[in-house]
Write a protein that binds this ligand. Sequence first.
Ligand SMILES: Cc1cn([C@H]2C[C@H](O)[C@@H](COP(=O)(O)OP(=O)(O)OP(=O)(O)O)O2)c(=O)[nH]c1=O
Length: 652
Amino acid sequence: MVLCPVIGKLQHKHVVLASASPRRQEILSNAGLRFEVVPSRFKEKLHKASFATPYAYAVETAKQKALEVAGRMHQKDLRAPDVVIGADTIVAVGATILEKPVDKQDAYRMLSRLNGKEHSVFTGVAIVHCCSKDGRLDTEVSEFYEETTVTFSELSEELLWEYINSGEPMDKAGGYGIQALGGMLVENVHGDFLNVVGFPLNHFCKELARLYYPPRPEGLRRVKHDSIPAVDTFENLSDTEGGGSDPGPSAEGGRGGEEADGDRSQAPGALDAALNGAESRPPFPTGLLELMDGFKASKVLFTACKLKLFDVLKDQGPLKAVDVARKLDACAGGTEQLLDVCVALGLLEKTHRGYSNTAVTTLHLVSDAEHSLLGLAEYNDAHVWGVFTRLGLAVREGAGQARGALGVTEEEEHLSQSREMTLQFMRAMHSLSKLTAHHVATAFDLSRFTSACDLGGCTGILARELAREYPHLQVTVFDLPEVIELSGGFQRGGRQTERIRFVPGDFFKDNLPEADLYVLSRILQDWPDDRLHKLLSRISSGCKPALRKTTPVPDLLFRTKARARAESMRAVLQEVTVWPPPSWGPVSCSRDLFPGPVRPSTTAAPPLGSEPCKLRRAPPSGVPKRPFLFFFFFYLNLCILFLEYSCFTMLY
Ligand SMILES: Cc1cn([C@H]2C[C@H](O)[C@@H](COP(=O)(O)OP(=O)(O)OP(=O)(O)O)O2)c(=O)[nH]c1=O
């Protein structure tokens, strides 16, 4: 998503970043800019003393870096890119310029100079617009610099050496990286933080705005100039590609400037209104816009998964876009766009060597990764996506849409449930359960149970974790015959497997296997209330009578070994009421499950009735210690999920 429309002005240009700095690449790609990386070969050896100020040196170096790349590219193809961006970051203590340290001693010298004092970080930037005419390269350079002042704490020798030995200082001006470990050395920053990291994005956008949106006639000028989305530069948001001026030599006599002003003059009244209303403009609805566009990001992810993009990059990356396209047997342009969007979404990294997976992608989006979520992505794309496109119909008709999404009638539905679809569903559940099963199995102390039955236990991932965690527990996985038949393909050996058995059956029709603990994980949200009642009643009457008097475990995931009495069920539901995080506002069950159905409502949550869940151990890191919030982190695995419940019962 390009929030900044001036960056959009570069969208269809061939933009080159003449820098090997991964920080600059990240800052610019995060801003939505699409560019090629061609590191400059310009040697940073300008004579420092010949510059009146440190920033003049940084600006000149940035310019030379960009011009070197423009010249080299033009020489190679007799075609230069449209725009080349160069940058140079230096640290200045008074008039002394510090660049990257050459070795550890040099780093020590630099850091000692900065210790306990204030210094300036300057980044010089050059934006070079290029045009190749008759084999000749024409360039037009815009340049600027940004200053940020940084103050270091008083640091001990020991700490400085520890920092130097981390290796971080070596590729950074002044010998520190404020964005990482070096942040610990810094007491105060005044100015643009990104400028210290290597690229003053804010100033860059202003510069682009200055270049692409020349000032409008005096009377129309807005007073405030200093924030990025200033109206005098960005009010012309709706202009089509090519609107605004193109400052480069290719602009041929500055066509854009005149056009832009011409556009404005067409509707001076509207412009005046826009300008006058600017002061009372409401806050920018970022969250809302993200909701509006969220589906695009999902589709990008699904498409990349479907094309097996992450597998290709895992085995052969980093790769250039054309090579990825060849391997995927896809169009080069389209592939490059998909790759760049993946970079913007944080799914890929881009360097001058090409595209490669990020750590999260490697962990979760590669087919053979232990914790791959590819199955879930495929299922959501192939099935859930289609069903959710019919949400409007579901609301209007009050009827499930799964059949409609498949394009089958009720009679055909059973036939359409192909083996492949079942497998796809199982892969989705399997991949998700692999992530959550361990947390679920260890969240509560279940050591007093000897037998458990995981209803709808699918491939038995949770059963496995339960068996692994509780050496005396026998676990039955109960699921539909076709699921049990296919579940063999997901099994791996292990000592605990002899305590797991798979029983085929329909929990609405067949006898439930005996157990003193029933597990309903991601089950209840799939059914309408009447079926839910039926299922829970069956569990209730099937519980071992001998254990009825035992105190129930009031949690969401496990039905108790005792009879599922109304009170205990109520306690469970009251636990549910605290599931949504406080920021979601009060959401609770308005009715008890017995005898009425569960529905979310906006009434205040009732007080917890029964004893609270006993967490067996501290929740995994990142999970709050309070048990009820803990549920939030496992919401995908909970048996009653209000949101899913509402959507699923409506759509399926
Ligand atoms: C001060 C500071 C610098 N830096 C980095 C930014 C720059 O990458 C580097 C300064 O060196 P530069 O010469 O500006 O850039 P570079 O060599 O990394 O890349 P190129 O010359 O190809 O453009 O220091 C940080 O990452 N964090 C910091 O806190």
